[in-house]
Write a protein of this length. Structure first.
Length: 338
């Protein structure tokens, strides 16, 4: 496998797809870094998809949209085929966000996981004191509701595992321990953290460190880990900083099923790098930023099957949304490439 395959309709979402529902949303600047979920629980509580009739399941993206005022809002896109999307004409409200301290400025890069029959979204939140992780549930009226706030340490790229391990909720996150010359705080280590209740989180152990001089010097989690019989497949992003301006790429690791802080395999090469114009040119050039994944086929215990198609949604140049396709088998192979 030499990498993910880009969909021929890429980019699958651009700013032209965002409806103008309030004056400040007119002609937005960008839409990128979406979370992705397939969950029929919403249909069961009467939330009807706006997109086409039919019995096939509905995939939803939670979009990061940036206005011309450089404000960040979240919106929902729905699709029955995973490639053509309808953006709903409403903003996603976050219940409880107003009482958080320090005060949120931008709430962005949602990662969506279904766990224990709830849709949970972990977001990054910029505040005047740094970037912190926010845990919310995505309710049937499509509001997010705050359940956990972690201002005790600066961190980004939080992703929740789709099940509890040894009774505890688990997430990967990337503490912001490094300062760039620009003053931006970032990081080169992904950590394993656990929680009893999604509210309080304990950092347990480091999982993955950046490989300086190679493709993944700075790193951060992409979509939530995918359970396979071989281990947790995890797509992450890596930034090569030694070429001048950073190049954001995607790569893949395999983590132990029972102890996800143990790395079983880590691919040597990236599996997606900026090559197309829409990835190389935009608000931030040379960025592919994987953030959502939909796995087509799982068995009754929730393990993804080797032949299952996997769709990876990614932000391209912080400007639009790309779709790249692969299979579980190919991701496993890529994680083992040495
Ligand atoms: C990261 C995050 C992402 C963004 C990426 C490229 O640090 O801020 O939201 O897509 O940089 O600019």
């Amino acid at each position: 496998m030499s990498g993910l395959r880009r969909h021929s309709r890429n980019p699958v979402l651009t700013r032209a797809d965002i409806p103008k529902i309030t004056p400040f949303l007119d002609d937005v600047s960008s839409v990128f870094n979406p979370g992705a979920v397939r969950w029929n629980g919403w249909e069961e509580v009467g939330r009807r998809p706006t997109t086409g009739a039919g019995s096939s399941s509905v995939d939803r993206l939670l979009l990061r949209v940036q206005t011309r005022g450089r404000e960040t809002v979240l919106m929902v896109a729905e699709s029955r085929d995973g490639e053509s999307f309808t953006v709903l004409p409403e903003l996603v409200a976050i219940e409880g966000v107003d009482s958080l301290q320090p005060e949120p400025i931008h709430v962005y890069d949602p990662r969506v996981t279904v766990v224990d029959g709830r849709v949970v979204v972990v977001l990054s939140v910029d505040t005047r004191d740094g970037c912190f992780l926010l845990t919310t549930t995505w309710e049937s009226d499509f509001r997010l509701r705050v359940v956990g706030w972690s201002p005790e340490r600066a961190s980004r790229n939080g992703v929740l595992f789709p099940e509890r391990i040894a009774e505890r909720y688990c997430r990967l996150e990337r503490p912001n321990e490094k300062s760039l010359g620009s003053g931006v705080r970032t990081g080169d280590e992904i950590w394993f953290a656990t929680s009893d209740d999604l509210v309080g989180w304990t950092l347990e152990r480091p999982v993955l460190a950046g490989r300086w001089h190679y493709w993944d010097e700075l790193i951060g989690s992409g979509p939530p880990p995918i359970k396979t019989h071989d281990g947790w497949l995890h797509v992450y992003h890596g930034v090569a900083t030694h070429l001048g301006s950073g190049i954001y790429q995607a790569g893949v690791v395999l983590l132990d099923l029972e102890d996800p802080s143990r790395v079983l395999a880590r691919g040597r090469n990236n599996i997606l790098e900026p090559r197309e114009l829409y990835e190389m040119v935009g608000q931030v050039p040379n960025v592919v930023f994987p953030s959502g994944a939909i796995v087509e086929t799982t068995d009754e215990d929730g393990f993804a099957l080797p032949d299952s198609p996997v769709r990876i949604y990614y932000g391209a140049a912080d400007t639009c949304v790309g779709l790249a396709e692969t299979t579980i088998r190919e991701l496993l192979e890529a994680s083992r490439l040495q």
